[in-house]
Design a protein around this ligand. Sequence first.
Ligand code: DLL
Length: 430
Amino acid sequence: MYWEKDIETASRQTLSQLQFSRLRETLTQLSHKSEFYQKKFREQGVTVDSIRSLDDVRRLPFTTSADLRAQYPDKLNIVDKDHLLRLHTSSGTTGKPKALFFSRKDIEILTNNFARCLTMVGCTPKDVFQNMMTYGLFTGALMSHYGAERVGMLAIPAGPGNSERQLMLMQDFGTTVAHATPSYALYFANFVEKKGLDPAKDISLRILLVGAESYTEETRRKIEKTFDADVFNCYGLSEMGGPGVGFECTAKNGIHLWEDTYLIEIIDPKTLEVLPPGEVGELVITSINREAMPILRYRTGDLTRIIPEPCPCGRTHIRVDRLKGRADDMIIVKGANIYPQQIERVLMKTEGVGRNYLIHLQGLDEMIIKVELDANAFDGQVSKLESMQKSITERIRAEVQVKPVVELLAPGTLPVSEGKTKRVIDNRSL
Ligand code: DLL
């Protein structure tokens, strides 16, 4: 199903022309109104007229997360205050957040793009949409809420947590589509089971929109099996307007990023050179249809690759692979570079492993992996548990070249935060 078939299936030539004219317009606005980019253009020796093709985007300056923080609170906004409709801030670390401004036109475009995403995965006005993302300064809930209303779905602004109430809402109002982080979706499944209910049978979810955190294909399968529903990977970041920057389609093989709104590049994070399609690197995004706060060549920190083959769904917008995590997710233990996703992949493939895990680094350089089990597996014989523990330890050692200490826990033991879940706790005294 298409929301806007013409644009979703536009030819490469049409998309490129549109992108180029929007890029030029963005650059013109920035060169008139943004002191920050005027300075960057001068330093880089570029003028609007010197950008003559889409390839010339590589001559433009990058923008980083540190740039956004340094321009706090409003130095990157280029429209008058009375044109602004909404402020969001980035999630995350300590210190000042990144402040993100949106005009009426910006909200309109983002709402429309989210409606596109929802329709692409099969949502219709008949669906009931329970939004389990955090409402507030985080973009995750409000932006998607607007998109759901635009499609005409009944939108329930549940927010995260309070699983008792989530379940009540789901059952009483017949929720068919939920939007959640992977960790909350799995935590909620434990909760439902503890009530003696079966998430696959006793609630009527048919679609879960899952994003805001990295997760593996194995975790997707686990969520799908648990709820007997389709899970679609939703990607976005606050700097580019939050969720709905891209979604998987029903082919479930890569995330379509909306190219009438964004220019996409993959770069080598070390050399900063653009990589050819197919190679893994850092995703860099330029907003080309943003009024209040256009951002050029934003270094997302997210690692992925472009999937060069055309998508069987017929959409022509670029596809990127499931995110491989962020460059800054990497941990170094005993000299080995480890991505938490490598560990997640091993765990979620293991029979009897439940729905949550935590990597604890402590002491001199010790890696403890706390793993929740399924209720059945946890209640099993001690000898079985011992052999499971041994096998997980060995398989993780083979995957990451470091031998972990594996602790097996009862389902629902590990904490789940309402926002994004922290998978690694580093208390090392190195
Ligand atoms: O997480 C926006 C969002 C909300 C996306 C709801 C999807 C659903 P931020 O808080 O700014 O915005 O975090 C953005 O989260 O750069 C990625 O590192 C990570 N991320 C978001 N979606 C995915 C995903 C929202 N599907 C940062 N897979 C991004 C992997 C994701 N990582």
